[in-house]
Design a protein around this ligand. Structure first.
Ligand code: G6P
Length: 459
């Protein structure tokens, strides 16, 4: 059997709780298959020449971890710069927040070239290579330029924007062309596949648009949607474990006569956090019976806080949260609990289970695995209700959630109210349908279907 080689910018870091669904999902995949996992070590070295990071190899069970340090300059231009100030905002439709600084692209190319140089000598002839996310789009092209002939697949965890938004990136054509060095490009949703094909058709002068094969830029690539899932059995096990059970019991005791609404996100502008606070305020205003009885718990984990857009967002959000508590709070009730820290993963299912309403309301999101985790953590006899943005990739699969438009404050407040009031039978019906979909499309289904499509590609 071929060995699986996974490459992603972010790797599991035993020193820190996992931020973001990508690392958790890839950790679960590699725990099943074993193999090699290459990525950034998380270290930023003060000295060190750009593009010359040192490679460290270490064994963690059946997985070999190959990590690369970044020097300050590469971290600035590749990670904060091109990846998170150009690609992240544009792919999330936020041209207003993009910083098209012309210096960033050199760092992005340099780090991708460095990853290719470091990976090549570690490869075996029959390895299957699976590269992840927007940080590493040109990696296959760089590997091919060095002579790599193994099969290479790519999975993009974030959305593909419509072509006229993509075209704002000065190097958009080069980026999209580099995707044609892969044998298979996996996207989160059918909407992303449509945008990809539309781009290639209008900007890439596609020669032929087959069902799944796309031919453009003189090459052919297979493009398909593979919506990522969670490890349902593992998350159910975490839900039954003592840390989660205690967390749930403690919250229920503390909020005994109150209903909890819960959001767990990174503090990212794609997550629609100010919009959610405004909608919660509207809920208290329009449905005052919730005053003193509903509490919104917002966990917004710190992330990329050297990028301006994130510091600005934090200020805005903290102002909004403070105003809700100031305007509506009572001596014995604060409507909103805002926590700007990461919660330990083992507590997440307990938090979810204690909440009557799970709020996953991004303005745009590739998938959003918290939506799936919230559902799996519920008690099937008395489940909570998922309120889900129609702009999350998860909405294509989870249409028994209450789907909302996060820009529509009043409609979102109405959905929160509907979720709080939903009768038990309706909650049970929606929950069992959601569970079925999440279980059949779990993370192992995702891995199997992507890898078998990659094996079969170009046969
Ligand atoms: C998103 C991205 C991932 C990223 C994660 C956390 O889920 O798709 O690639 O790892 O956010 O962000 P960070 O910048 O901390 O890796």
């Amino acid at each position: 059997m071929s060995r699986l080689v996974v490459v992603s910018n972010r790797l599991a870091d035993p020193r820190k709780p996992a931020a973001g669904g990508l690392v958790v999902a890839l950790g679960e995949v590699l725990n099943q298959t074993g193999g090699l996992w290459m990525g950034w070590s998380g270290n930023v070295l003060e000295g060190g020449a750009p593009g010359e990071g040192e490679l460290h190899l270490r064994q963690a069970g059946a997985v070999t971890l190959a990590t690369i340090d970044l020097c300050r300059e590469d971290h600035h231009s590749y990670y904060h710069g091109y990846s998170n100030s150009v690609l992240w905002p544009v792919f999330h439709y936020r041209l207003d927040l993009a910083d098209f600084n012309a210096h960033y692209i050199a760092g992005y190319r340099r780090v991708n070239q460095m990853f290719a140089r470091k990976l090549l000598p570690l490869l075996r002839a029959d390895d299957i290579i699976w590269i992840h996310d927007y940080h590493l789009i040109p990696l296959a092209a760089e590997l091919r330029a060095l002579g790599c002939r193994q099969r290479i697949g790519f999975f993009l965890h974030v959305p593909v924007p419509p072509p006229l938004i993509m075209a704002a990136i000065p190097q958009h054509e080069w980026l999209m062309r580099s995707l044609f060095a892969y044998d298979l490009v996996g996207l989160q949703s059918e909407a992303d596949v449509v945008h990809f094909k539309h781009y290639v058709h209008t900007e890439g002068r596609a020669e032929k648009l087959g069902d799944q094969h796309v031919r453009a830029f003189g090459a052919t690539v297979l493009v398909q949607a593979f919506p990522i899932g969670i490890d349902v059995d593992e998350f159910s096990r975490l839900t039954r474990a003592s840390d989660a059970v205690e967390t749930c019991a403690r919250l229920r005791a503390e909020y005994s006569r109150r209903r909890l609404l819960l959001g767990i996100d990174r503090l990212d502008y794609s997550k629609g956090l100010p919009q959610r606070v405004r909608a919660f305020r509207e809920l208290l205003e329009r449905y005052p019976e919730n005053c003193a009885s509903a509490t919104l718990v917002m966990i917004a984990a710190p992330t990329r806080d050297n990028v301006h857009a994130y510091t600005d967002l934090r200020q805005e959000l903290e102002g909004l949260c403070g105003a809700v508590n100031g305007d509506y709070g009572e001596l014995d009730w604060m409507p909103l609990r805002y926590i700007h820290r990461m919660v330990a993963r083992k507590r997440v299912p307990g938090l979810c289970r204690a909440a009557a309403v799970g709020l996953v309301t991004p303005l745009r999101d590739g998938m959003n695995l918290v939506a799936k985790e919230y559902v799996v953590a519920q008690d099937p006899q008395d489940p909570g209700v998922l309120v889900l943005s129609r702009f999350a990739g998860a909405a294509e699969q989870l249409d028994e959630a209450l789907l909302v438009n996060p820009y529509d404050t009043q409609a979102m407040a109405d959905s929160m109210q509907r979720a709080l009031q939903m009768p038990l039978v309706e909650r049970q019906e929606r929950h069992s349908k959601l569970m079925e979909r999440i279980r059949t499309h779990d993370v192992h289904w995702w891995r199997r279907s992507f890898l078998s499509a990659l094996q079969a590609a170009n046969d």
